[in-house]
Design a protein around this ligand. Structure first.
Ligand SMILES: [Zn+2]
Length: 93
């Protein structure tokens, strides 16, 4: 399988100083011949730890108590919201 690269935006908050910031990552995903999946993250072409790794440092205070803010706007990430009944009005004559 060829690597798939996508640009994804992640928001973080520091639990120590309340600083919030957003960063764009290039996420590269691929699988080897045995089906194991790999993910590599980079910013501006430089490899970085994944945003979900939990070992990020706050750019404001340098603390490591950084939390990833979930983004509800992530569209159809797990292919789940597709079968909601929203957008299907009952037709009552
Ligand atoms: Zn901080």
């Amino acid at each position: 399988m060829d690597p798939v690269t996508s640009t994804e935006r992640f928001s973080f908050v520091c639990r120590r100083c309340r600083h919030e910031w957003t960063r764009e990552y290039q996420i590269r995903r691929w699988a080897d011949s045995s089906g194991d999946e790999y993910t590599a993250c980079s910013i501006a072409g430089l490899p970085v730890v994944p945003p979900w790794s939990g070992i990020l440092a706050c750019p404001a205070c340098g603390g490591y108590r950084v939390a990833l803010i979930p983004r509800p706007s992530t569209k159809d990430h797990r292919g789940r919201s597709r079968h909601d009944h929203a957008g299907r009005p009952e037709h009552i004559p």
